[in-house]
Design a protein. Structure first.
Length: 77
């Protein structure tokens, strides 16, 4: 699971087994995790983030969308 971005307590990763799914990242902080779609942006799954923190995670992913999409395409193309 390559980590493609670290920001504060958050780690964004792409799972190699996810190649057949639309572009997305997995974001973790301690025991909390979420899966966020990159195109179009949105939350696919949330386990442990509060609504306030999940919005923070969404803003983080949106701010780095180009970098994260580039990492996705580099891994799977």
């Amino acid at each position: 699971m390559p980590t493609v971005l670290r920001s504060g307590p958050y780690r964004c990763a792409i799972f190699p087994a996810d190649a057949r799914e639309p572009p997305h990242v997995h974001v973790r902080r301690d025991a909390a995790s979420a899966k966020l779609w990159l195109t179009p942006p949105g939350v696919a799954h949330n386990a442990g983030f509060s609504e306030i923190e999940l919005r923070r995670v969404e803003r983080l992913v949106a701010a780095h969308q180009a970098l994260l999409l580039g990492a996705w395409h580099a891994l799977f193309q």
